[in-house]
Design a protein around this ligand. Structure first.
Ligand code: MOS
Length: 776
């Protein structure tokens, strides 16, 4: 009975990948047994049953609740704070603000501008001014509301264009430019335009999109003498540890950060927040654990967004579809602090298509709004909105199919990087060709041309392509695998699973190398006290960074087992291979031993394998590529747009798990629909400067009614032997890049109107349709 159970740990009789000799790098996988299959999440049961403990589920004995007082004005100086009465309110244990000594510390949004944790100058609505810890959350909020503050309210700026006018009030000393505009130029832009047969120019705008993770931002902080433990909803426990240690002046060894589960982030939890520090200070002052999670309103105000962008783009093309010049300029804003308002905003213009003459200029300015944080593919979706629409317009102008036009301009080298290094693979061509085939692009376009536009409901199809600048993964990572005496294994890694399926994919890597079933892998992750070093899960680099380290650790286990088994079998270790739960001789198949019978394993109790992430290939670029296609129906009476279907063809190197791959494609398109059609931060620029839609009724994330049921994920999988030892390049971010532009192009195809501003909502469309009728 017991023996039978042990057998179930292994996939029976499957030959496992060759074990490379010590000191030699593993060859990339060829055919795989488990990798690439559709395997359900290893933690699916825990997630859906509620047994998974998220940081917001943590409840400790004696725990207090924290709440933060935030400035209600977009720009104000705090003259006086009176907390005296509040200290005596029922349940209140502690109040901290700028004048309480423990809270008089530096906390800067960037290195360039030094500010205090509770700074007297509030440059955005929602800036933190004071905090309370109380027995219950209600008592904490009552106390926060009872704090009396005298403000000197200052004039505000909520528009990045107005911020540069000479009459604009300065948000920081020295003016409203974060830094001089960044310039880039290659080739000769004038010559490029002179060679063009057609030149088009347009201006575009994308609105600010705010991260809306299901789990709010926050943590639980607890001190044991001088040891601080924080359970935080985060993308990276080590990034929280290092920032908290730095701000509080603690050694890393005194800060333990745990984040076993987390409910979404999209870039906004790649770093800790002021809330993390505040929770730690309140816990220290009260000598009790403190739970501090923000409200949805606070999350919408203060912990990140995708900056709005104003883009001007001019592009020239020859009749045969050769791009000759691109001129791109943008003004964007990361809010009230240097927060990457223009990060990567021009990258696609510089690098997606072959073009010898390119000029870009990006200006980052301050406004009185919450600081930006990285948001799924920073900079790329706004750039795609402009670039992919101008390309669509050029295709119309030279009467060429937009897929054809893109196929003519596919780069094999990165043009924007020093020395023009080649990509390990550019799957863009396959994405375009296979995506178009799966979508039925030719037929659909013909259908629209012939009979799509007869009634008042018009049909159209559109497409857009993309690359993602990062991905690839090259960050340091250490992973430990333990093989227990019964042959089951424990995987120990620092990386967070931010909901993308990282744990499942890593269990599959272990399974691929060791032959154990993925669901038999115990995983310990995201705890600086007990797991290994990892950078935050972001940049679509988690799988390409961690998977090779996991693979290396598994190979280390195999090497040790082979040496031990060789002693038992009295053969050379190099003659042995793994087959399911057995180690067998390649030469004499009668010589074999079960893994669990290896005497070395019995002697040591367990085998430990340590794996590290090796470097990426020298002089090569590892980037993912994509093409998306969609069909829409536009109601020309109401301005409503219905997305009928989407096809996402994505090349991210090797597909690790078909289910998590499809999840990312469907999820990324959903988020792109939100960016294009429903989401926008609305600041009242005239009277108050305040965010008017700080709730989920007025800030509209797409719902099931906005997203088509028909989203097809097309798997483009070149054999990338160079990217890393697993061939995976990362999929989280590229998917959300081209979606909005593909929709806008489809709407143009349906009604002949270019929509230059997000969101594409009925309000805007009815106006455009009516303007269009007048112009007739
Ligand atoms: Mo991402 S925006 O690097 O989590």
């Amino acid at each position: 009975m017991k023996e039978e159970h042990k057998g179930l740990y292994y996939m029976q009789g499957i030959p496992l990948p060759e074990t490379p000799a010590p000191g030699t790098a593993p060859a990339p996988w060829g055919q795989t047994n488990i990798i690439g299959k559709a395997i359900p999440r290893v933690d699916a049961y825990d997630r859906v049953s509620g047994s998974a403990v998220y940081p917001s589920d943590i409840s400790l004995p004696g725990m207090l609740y924290g709440a933060i007082l935030r400035c209600p004005h977009p720009n104000a100086v705090v003259r006086k704070i009176d907390t005296e009465a509040v200290q005596k309110m029922p349940g209140v244990s502690a109040v901290i603000n700028a004048s309480t000594s423990e809270a008089d510390i530096q906390w800067s949004y960037s290195n360039d501008i030094k500010t205090k944790l509770f700074d007297p100058i509030c440059r955005f609505e929602g800036e933190a001014l004071a905090a309370v810890a109380a027995d219950t959350l209600y008592q904490a909020w009552d106390a926060v509301r009872a704090i009396k503050v005298e403000y000197e309210v200052l004039p505000f700026i909520t528009s990045e264009r107005k911020a540069l006018e000479s009459s604009a009030p300065y948000i920081h000393k020295g003016g409203n430019r974060v830094k001089p505009a960044e310039m880039y130029e290659r080739g000769n832009i004038e010559k490029g335009f002179a060679e063009a047969d057609v030149i088009l120019e347009n201006t575009f705008r994308t609105e600010c999109q705010i991260h809306v993770p299901v789990e709010l931002h926050g943590c639980v902080a607890s001190w044991d003498r001088d040891n601080l433990t924080i359970w935080e909803s985060t993308q990276g426990v080590y990034s929280v540890q290092s920032r908290v240690a730095e701000v509080l002046g603690l050694p890393l060894s005194k800060v333990r950060v745990i984040g076993h589960y987390m409910g979404g982030a999209f870039g906004s939890k790649i770093q800790p927040g002021k809330y993390t520090i505040i929770a730690a200070l309140l816990a220290k002052k009260t000598a009790r654990p403190v739970k501090l999670f923000l409200s949805r309103e606070e999350t919408l105000l203060a912990v990140g967004n995708r900056p709005p962008a104003n883009i001007k783009i001019k592009a020239g093309i020859k009749k045969d579809g050769t791009l000759t010049a691109i001129d791109f300029s943008a003004i964007a804003t990361g809010g009230a602090y240097p927060a990457g308002g223009t990060s990567l905003l021009d990258w696609l213009a510089k690098d997606l298509y072959l073009c010898p003459n390119v000029r870009t200029e990006t200006a980052d300015v301050y406004i009185n709004a919450g600081p930006a944080r990285p948001f799924r593919a920073p900079g790329h979706p706004p750039c795609s909105w402009a670039l992919e629409q101008i390309l669509d317009a050029l295709a119309v102008a030279i009467d060429m199919d937009p897929v054809e036009l893109r196929l003519k301009n596919i780069p094999k080298h990165s043009q924007a990087r020093e020395g023009n290094p080649p990509y390990t693979t550019t799957g863009l061509e396959e994405c375009l060709v296979e995506g178009a085939k799966s979508f039925g692009w030719q037929e659909a376009r013909k259908g629209v041309a012939e009979n799509g536009n007869k009634g008042y409901i018009k049909r159209g199809v559109g497409m857009a392509s993309a690359l993602w600048v990062a991905g690839g993964g090259r960050q340091p990572s250490t992973v430990i695998i333990k093989l227990f005496s019964d042959g089951s294994v424990n995987l120990n890694m620092g990386a967070s699973d931010i909901g993308t399926g990282t744990k499942t994919v890593m269990a599959m890597v272990v399974a691929e190398e060791l032959g154990v079933r993925p669901d038999m892998v115990q995983i310990e992750n995201a705890d600086t006290g007990t797991t290994q070093y990892a950078t935050p899960s972001g940049g679509s680099k988690t799988v390409p960074t961690e998977a090779p380290a996991v693979r290396a650790a598994a190979i280390e286990i195999k090497r040790q087992l082979l040496v031990m088994a060789a002693e038992d079998l009295k053969v050379e270790a190099s003659s042995l291979i793994f087959k399911g739960e057995e180690i067998v001789s390649k030469i004499d198949t009668s010589k074999k031993i079960k893994v669990t019978a290896v005497s070395g394993l019995k002697k040591t109790g367990l085998v430990v394998g340590v794996g590290y992430r090796g470097p990426n290939p020298e002089g090569k670029v590892v980037n993912p590529f994509a093409a998306q296609f969609c069909e829409v129906e536009v109601n020309t009476r109401t301005g409503e747009v219905k997305i009928i279907r989407f096809v996402g063809a994505h090349e991210s190197g090797r597909v690790m798990n078909q289910l998590t791959y499809d999840n990312q494609v469907i999820g990324g398109i959903t988020m792109g629909i939100g960016f294009g059609m429903t989401e926008a931060r609305v600041l009242d620029g005239n009277q108050t400067g305040k965010l008017v839609n700080k709730n989920l009724h007025d800030y509209k994330v797409p719902t099931a009614l906005d997203v088509p049921a028909d989203i097809l994920s097309v798997r483009i999988e070149p054999d990338d032997r160079e990217a890393n030892t697993t061939g995976a390049k990362g999929l989280g971010e590229p998917v959300t890049i081209p979606t909005a532009a593909a929709i806008a192009n489809a709407i143009y195809n349906a009604i002949g109107i270019r929509i230059t501003q997000t969101p594409i909502n009925p309000l805007q469309l009815v106006q455009l349709l009516s303007d269009n009728r007048k112009e007739g």
